[in-house]
Design a protein around this ligand. Structure first.
Ligand SMILES: *Cc1c(COP(=O)(O)O)cnc(C)c1O
Length: 434
């Protein structure tokens, strides 16, 4: 196997995601042979530092021995059994652990984030229907929100490039002003702006709550929108408003869960308890596809009945896959064994200290929350995104800017030397590409 051979065969047989395939006529695909820690390696031995954790999933680096061992141990006993009518130890243990961590008692599994969103939306509507309020069938989300790209999830997503083409297929939903601190008026604090957005939300919900099933939100950071960070004040008020007006709050922690924002879950920072939490991405540290939607006893009980149709008849073939659950259990164990959240604080401080020495770069809105950093590059270069990505790869650094936003979401195992490489190379790239 060599780079060129695999690349050619991939272009003939694989339809790659989130890509205009014709772009690969001039922007080569990257064949990856192996991974180790924060590094990905091609077939010729060239290394790339995975500064985006392979699309935000890889928490503890590639080739993590404890997760590998857990999966292979599970492989020796049970790889999979359907979860309708059957159960197994990894799914029970994982559900118990997630219940303790989130305070929500009932776990419904799928294999990707978009499905977790679909499940939360369907469950919310079905709850209201079961308690005799089927007119509550509308959903709210934020401007610039991202909740996945299947038809239902795309309906509550608000990113034009993903959504506009499919608009005729989608159900209408209402978008509330985004509290993204970059949108504040000049001189207005992030917190004051968050309060202003919450006032709008409150007025809207007060008027329309009889028709609204749920408000779905990405807690603290709108990642796909370009790491739009906002004050926890908004989250706190959204929690209060939703509970006051009987609208479910769905916390989409698919990107921010599992320590990304500094706490295990972002909602903890606003001290709120949503009605639903959606988790995926980091849940297996990037080893196997898994997602879960958690909800409250109250919602669960509204489905518990002699009538079959009042039950939640949703399913996916791989629901609660035993191998994926064992990878998730190993991931959670590492958080405890390695004291990950407090070690990350040291890394966060170190990186913030490095950035504080940056001067005279054409950047704005430098921001950080936990193990996510972002800044917006001020440039007229129409090709900035592509140039940055491509020149980064040449230097051995994998970063994928979103528009003019450059961000880091590295695996938590990144060392001080690797941080130095990431930070210094990024600085050079900004200067070269702006
Ligand atoms: C990635 C993401 C999703 C969708 O997850 P997939 O596994 O890609 O379907 C949903 N919500 C948020 C916040 C995400 O970041």
């Amino acid at each position: 196997m060599n780079n060129q051979d695999l690349l050619n065969r991939s272009l003939k047989s694989v339809w790659h995601p989130c890509t205009q395939m014709k772009a690969h006529e001039t922007l080569p695909l990257l064949p990856i042979a192996s991974g180790e820690g924060v590094w990905l390696k091609d077939f010729e031995g060239k290394r790339y530092l995975d500064g985006v954790s392979s699309w935000w999933v890889n928490l503890f680096g590639h080739n993590e021995p404890r997760i590998k061992a857990a999966i292979s141990e599970q492989l020796n006993t049970l790889e999979h059994v359907m979860l309708a009518g059957f159960t197994h130890a990894p799914v029970v243990q994982l559900s118990e652990k997630l219940g303790v961590l989130t305070g929500l008692g009932h776990c419904f599994y799928a294999s990707d984030g978009a499905s977790a969103t679909e499940i939360a939306l369907k469950m919310s509507f079905h709850y209201w229907r079961n308690i005799g309020q089927p007119e509550k069938n509308q959903f709210l989300s934020l401007q610039n929100s991202y909740h996945g790209e299947t038809i239902g999830a795309l309906s509550v997503t608000d990113v034009a490039i993903f959504k506009d083409t499919y608009a005729p297929l989608l159900r209408q939903s209402a978008q509330m002003p985004s509290p993204d601190a970059r949108l504040a008026e000049s001189g207005e604090s992030a917190e004051a702006y968050a309060n202003r957005c919450a006032d709008f939300l409150e007025a809207y919900i007060k008027q329309h709550h009889a028709d609204i099933a749920a408000f779905i939100i990405e807690p603290l950071i709108q990642c796909a929108a370009g790491m739009g960070m906002y004050s926890s004040v908004y989250l706190k008020r959204a929690g209060e408003i939703c509970s006051q007006y009987q609208v479910h709050l769905i916390a989409d922690e698919i990107a921010v869960g599992f320590g990304r924002t500094g706490t295990m879950f972002a909602c903890e920072q606003a001290n709120i308890k949503p009605d639903f939490i959606c988790l995926s991405k980091g849940i297996t540290a990037g080893y196997l596809p898994l997602s879960v939607t958690l909800t409250t006893d109250k919602i669960y009980e509204a489905f518990y009945d002699d009538s079959v149709a009042r039950g939640f008849l949703h399913s996916h073939s791989y629901t609660g896959n035993a191998l994926a659950c064992s990878a998730a259990l190993a991931t959670l164990a590492i958080f405890e064994q390695d004291d990950v959240l407090s070690k990350n604080q040291t890394k966060t401080a170190y990186i913030n200290n490095q950035i504080s020495t940056w001067h005279d770069l054409p950047i704005a809105h430098v921001r950080n929350q936990g193990m996510i950093w972002a800044f917006d590059v001020q440039t007229n270069n129409q090709q900035f995104q592509r140039a940055f990505y491509q020149q980064g790869l040449e230097k051995g650094l994998l970063l994928r800017p979103i528009g003019h936003t450059v961000y880091w979401m590295p695996p938590y195992v990144i060392s001080q030397d690797e941080i130095d490489f990431m930070v210094n190379t990024t600085k050079q790239l900004v200067t070269a590409c702006a």
